[in-house]
Design a protein around this ligand. Sequence first.
Ligand code: SF4
Ligand code: SF4
Length: 380
Amino acid sequence: MRYRTLGKTGLQVSEIGFGAEWIGDMDAEEVRAMAKCGIEAGMNIVDCWMADPAVRSALGIAIEPERDKWIIQGHVGSTWQDGQYVRTRDMAVVPAAFEDLLERLRTDHVELGMIHFVDAVQEFKDIMAGPFYAYVQELLEQGKIEHVGLSTHNPDVAQLAAEDGRIEMIMFSINPAFDLMPATENIDDYFGDYADESLAGMDPVRAKLYATCEANNVGITVMKPFAGGRLLDAATSPFGVALTPAQCIHYCLTRPAVASVMAGVQNLAQMQEALAYVDTPAEQLDYASVLAGAQAHAYYGQCTYCGHCAPCVKGINIALVNKYADLAEMHDSVPEGVGQHYRELDVTAADCIGCGDCEARCPFGVPIAEKMARTATLFA
Ligand code: SF4
Ligand code: SF4
């Protein structure tokens, strides 16, 4: 397993996390077997947004033996009312639901206290200015949460959170299809029919979000890496071709600021499949050949940081340099952190001799030599 720093929380999280969304129908033994499998493979982060008391209890039993090894994302505002999940900001019920979560998880705190599922901009503003955030702060002071996070599917909300200063990390839905679609306050829009024009290219709002998270050191954990399974089947994939779980995970992990992908697994076999990412040979992680060969050349001309263009005759890590360049270009001036990372490279864009050798290998038609020249000027 490899680990990454989750933004300003400073926590070292495993690249593959346990998305426990689908464990509802399992008995405690099955959940325990999955948690054990995860821990043995080095997994150390689990997301628990589910309000169903039975699910919370099953997860609590499963992780109790090695509680100190888990970093838990516990959600504030996910409640269970009259036998149903209800997302709410009603302070008459929110604290009791969070206390219930702690009790059923058999712990007195969670590392990541997530402001649960905020998909509307006005709702975010209301939360941060009102009693809901005051309660989150209280939890922080009491040590019941160690860091403040937020979960959302809407890049406009995530952008506000990344700029706010009080949110240390974000759980955000990322996959190659969502990255091409405009922001919406309705998650169902992402699962509707994919019109060709909606896959015209990387949504600039999302690109800006990743740049802001990187610049502000706000870590990202990923949900929906497989677009609810649609990307894994050619019949439902908006690209008309299927990607593998490893390719989807790799796509997420090559986005800026992403620390961990919370694979939503429904059984032990799927847990093992997600964990197999770590030992998957590089050529099998390659999402570029699939996306570039898809019906819609949705990413044409844009760098996806796939690394296909390597090796550079001068030893430039082209994917990494392009990532820093894209991050920097999103801002009026080069953010300090990005500039520092760039300067630490042994070989930079300034070493490019414009030979074009790499361009023949780029499946997305990126004008690399031209981009290197621009990047050298940008960071000069
Ligand atoms: S064009 Fe520049 S980046 Fe590409 S192989 Fe040549 S030197 Fe390397
Ligand atoms: S320039 Fe092309 S081949 Fe190289 S990392 Fe970017 S998209 Fe991939």
